[in-house]
Design a protein. Structure first.
Lengths: 431, 426
């Protein structure tokens, strides 16, 4: 038998090591929707179960990681509204159905999710709160404002999020906050964004951001926890902004002529040609209030496509400003993103913590990356990394994020935490 | 904006860019995709040669010299008929790097490369000999679990070849003889891998099957310097195996089926040329020793191209770099006669891997081979030889990556390969 045994290969992988200086026994993930596992326009249980913090916690178990509690929803429908799935959809003016994101129509299995579950299943290690901004972390009673916070906080009516993240007594943390301090502005069209309670559609003040970030990080560091900071991606590089091309209007010669005839009276600043054309957008800053969109400006994925196809949006009527990011708005977004990321960079340096440059990583994703034979890029649907809302990631996308964090940890603490098999998780699901 | 509502503009329907935006799938079949496998030269074309480390260029033991050195055929005194079969089982394990707990073992399977040869002088003491060889010089196979980590690179690959080689050999005198064979090569290939397009958590799948044909030749010179020393040199040409009408079948989510039509494909695999030199020395009446070197022109395998008859935006032709390097194989072996009926044989060989770093694929995770071989010949009478061989191949653990698929890990392969054969001398 000994001889037979010697015919079998017997190599084993290296044993993981936690390296020097980090204690993974109580890992707490602080963040927003990206941390919660939000995907496809909603939060649902399997998304939470495969959030990047949950993926990380699984890997941390190989180096002494402890239990990882999440505020799991009861079902898959999506809370509060239905998640998106891919399906065959025929719009009002489509001659045939085509593959599109459509609302999930399965069982409404998230009833009762507004109930606070801290006592039954907390304290929570995944402190990802969809919608939360960096500057919200220091607001007392934030649980009143945010249904996700309300269901998971120990004291939703009185506490500040910055206190809530300490309840699970982190020995190690990841901190990925700040995206919503600019995202709300971007996804609702910049200056034309409708006003909201708390001004969530405005870009946060940089000084406020700095103070709130400092407060969160200092709290997390108070008892000596180690951790990783993640900076925020440029929202003009995600599919929500990039999917509908500015020059995506294709016209026949006849249609172009008809449009030109209609616009001629206005002095000729609107011109259409046969073939590819720039859409017409609303712009309240120019005297005519509308113009052709330019390269470097974005039509958002939220634009109702039926309105483009049936109601002449982009041709007969300008696409409303709340679906468009103009060059001025893009500049504001980029300036704010750079300022916030500079704060995060300086904080990481101050605290001597590892930082994952998610902004740079998502730019790498735009050119495409390959993992174990599967390719990913930043294209909508076909890219595989972004979920059907064009902002949040697929499970595989979140697993890619987890690997970036693991690499940063391994590098910082000379650890050998195993990388995640990204393809173990789900990508885009096709009908 | 009121003025626009009153304008009589026809509804613009030609906005195809909008309709199709979700279907711009890009090429989802990575070029990394399909690979025929690597150092798939088998070197198992004769039991006696294999038992002596694969040496055989210098010493024409029996009709199997049709493969090892066609020049040796006319050194045979009588017509020989030879048949042998190997029972090769290879086990490969993959282990994740740099750390973790994941390992995967290839599925156990026994391959049976075989050889038949018949040949000898056209009549007693004729200088002209004729022969035919049917043998399996190239082949590979490895099957991983369908859900393993490398499934988008390979799940299952099977490559077989059968060469037919009619051969003529001429003995100029007692010292020098030459031989040449024409090679008609047939083969088949089957490749299966997962495609990262999911429906309800299930991956898509690609399966490619095809038959291949090719032609080549095999020539050799045999020298008998004296009763105790022999030399051999042979050249086996490269063979371009052409798959002209393979069948590609894709199983993908139904919404994407039109992007992945059932289609035929074409592909070529350039099998390497091999130059062999050898020496055989009869040290004593009972003891013989041999040494061979093979120079294998693996650089012929530069890239692997799949040309699909039907292309779509998601199904483009693929070109996957292999960049094999030329290799040298060194072999030594010996035989010792025990009494009149038994001969014992031992040998060893060192076989370099043609696979460069960065090209280490789980479809054939190759490494340098160190082979130890042994065997016996039992001659119950003057005409019949019964032969047995056992080959054991050690491959050092190799760590590396297939860069184009970003798939890395450590591999270890162990090969256990017994075989039996018969030769009958008429």
């Amino acid at each position: 038998m000994a001889f037979v045994a010697s015919c079998k290969p017997n190599i084993e992988p290296e044993k993981p090591s936690k390296g020097d200086g980090a204690d993974f026994s109580s890992y707490v993930a602080v963040g927003n929707s990206l941390t919660a596992g939000y995907a496809d326009g909603s939060l649902y249980r399997s998304g939470q179960e495969n959030s990047y913090p949950a993926i990380l916690a699984e890997q941390f178990k190989t180096v002494g990681g402890g239990i990882f509690r999440q505020p799991l929803l009861p079902g898959e429908y999506g809370y509060p509204s239905a998640k998106l799935v891919l399906g065959m959809h025929q719009g009002l003016c489509d001659s045939a159905a085509s593959l599109s994101p459509i609302p999930y129509t399965g069982a409404l299995d998230t009833v009762g999710s507004s109930t606070n579950i801290f006592n039954s299943s907390g304290p929570f290690n995944n402190m990802g709160i969809p919608g939360i901004r960096c500057i919200d972390f220091v607001i007392p009673g934030y649980g009143f404002l945010n249904p996700y916070a309300k269901r998971m906080f120990v004291s939703p009516t009185g506490s500040r999020p910055v206190d809530e993240v300490m309840v699970a007594k982190p020995t190690f943390f990841t901190l990925w906050i700040g995206s919503n301090d600019v995202l709300g502005y971007a996804t609702s069209g910049g200056e034309q964004a409708p006003a909201t309670l708390g001004g969530t559609n405005k870009i946060s003040d940089v000084d406020q951001f700095n103070a709130a970030y400092d407060s969160v990080l200092s709290n997390l560091r108070r008892s000596g926890a180690q951790g990783v900071l993640l900076n925020i991606p440029d929202v003009t590089s995600i599919p929500f902004s990039t999917t509908i091309p500015a020059k995506g209007l294709t016209l026949t010669k006849n249609d172009a002529n008809l449009l030109n005839n209609a616009y001629n009276a206005l002095g000729g600043f609107i011109r259409f040609n046969e073939g590819a054309n720039y859409f017409i957008i609303e712009d309240s800053t120019v005297p005519t209030k509308f113009r052709h969109i330019k390269d470097g400006e974005y039509i958002l994925l939220s634009t109702p496509q039926d309105s483009i196809k049936c109601k002449g949006w982009g041709t007969k009527k300008p696409i409303p400003g709340r679906y468009v990011l103009t060059a001025d708005e893009v500049a504001k977004i980029k300036t704010a993103t750079a300022a916030f990321n500079n704060i995060i960079y300086l904080m990481a340096r101050r605290e001597n913590l590892a930082m994952v440059d998610m902004n740079a990583y998502l730019k790498t994703l735009q050119t495409g990356i390959i993992f174990n034979g599967a390719s990913f890029n930043a294209s909508f649907v076909s890219g595989g990394a972004f979920s059907l809302d064009g902002v949040h990631l697929t499970q595989r996308g979140y697993a890619l994020v987890a690997n970036q964090i693991i690499m940063a940890i391994n590098n910082k603490y000379k650890a050998t935490i195993p990388m995640v098999d990204v393809n173990k998780y789900k990508g885009i699901q096709f009908p | 904006m009121a003025i626009f509502n009153s304008q009589p503009i026809t509804i613009i329907t030609n906005q195809s860019c909008m309709k199709k935006q979700f279907l711009l799938m890009g090429s989802l079949l990575l070029s990394t995709a399909m690979a025929y496998g690597a150092a798939f030269q088998l070197n198992l074309q004769g039991v006696r040669q294999l038992a002596q480390g694969g040496t055989g260029t210098a010493v024409p033991w029996d009709a199997s010299t049709i493969f090892y050195n066609p020049g040796g055929l006319s050194a045979l005194k009588n017509v020989n008929a030879y048949g042998s079969v190997q029972f090769l089982s290879a086990n490969t394990r993959y282990a994740e790097t740099p750390a973790g707990s994941y390992t995967a073992d290839s599925k156990a399977k026994t391959y049976t490369p075989f050889n038949f040869y018949v040949g000898g002088p056209v009549r007693y003491k004729s200088k002209l000999s004729l022969g035919l060889g049917v043998y399996t010089p190239f082949g590979t196979g490895i099957k991983w679990d369908d859900n393993w980590r490398g499934r988008y690179v390979i799940q299952d690959i099977q490559l077989q070849s059968i060469f037919f080689q009619p051969t003529v050999s001429y003995r100029f005198n007692d010292v020098i003889s030459v031989g040449a064979g024409f090679v008609i090569a047939t083969g088949n290939v089957k490749i299966q891998k997962a495609i990262p397009l999911q429906s309800n958590g299930q991956d898509g799948m690609a399966e490619l099957k095809g038959n291949a044909m090719g032609y080549g030749y095999n020539i050799g010179v045999h020298l008998r310097a004296n009763d105790n020393i022999q030399f051999g040199i042979s050249y086996r040409s490269g063979v371009k195996m052409k798959v002209k009408n393979g069948a590609a079948t894709f199983t993908v989510p139904s919404a994407l089926a039109s992007n992945f039509p059932y289609t035929s494909f074409k592909s070529d695999i350039n099998l390497p040329q091999v130059v062999s030199v050898g020496i055989g020395v009869k040290v004593t009446e009972r003891l013989g020793l041999q040494a061979d070197a093979n120079f294998v022109g693996w650089s012929s395998y530069d890239s692997l191209i799949f040309d699909y008859e039907k292309n779509t935006s998601a199904l483009l032709d693929t070109r996957s770099p292999r960049r094999y390097k030329n290799t040298v194989i060194l072999r030594v072996g010996g035989n010792y006669a025990i009494g009149n009926k038994w001969t014992a044989m031992l040998g060893a060989a060192y076989d370099q891997s043609p696979v460069r770093d960065g090209y280490l694929s789980p479809d054939l995770p190759d490494n340098n081979h160190i082979m130890a071989t042994g065997g016996f010949v039992f001659k119950p009478n003057k005409k019949l030889a019964i032969m047995g061989v056992l080959e054991y191949v050690f491959t050092p653990v190799r760590e590396g990556s297939l860069d184009e698929a970003q798939f890395s890990g450590r591999y270890q392969t162990k090969i256990f390969n017994p075989g039996i054969g018969l030769n009958y001398e008429f």
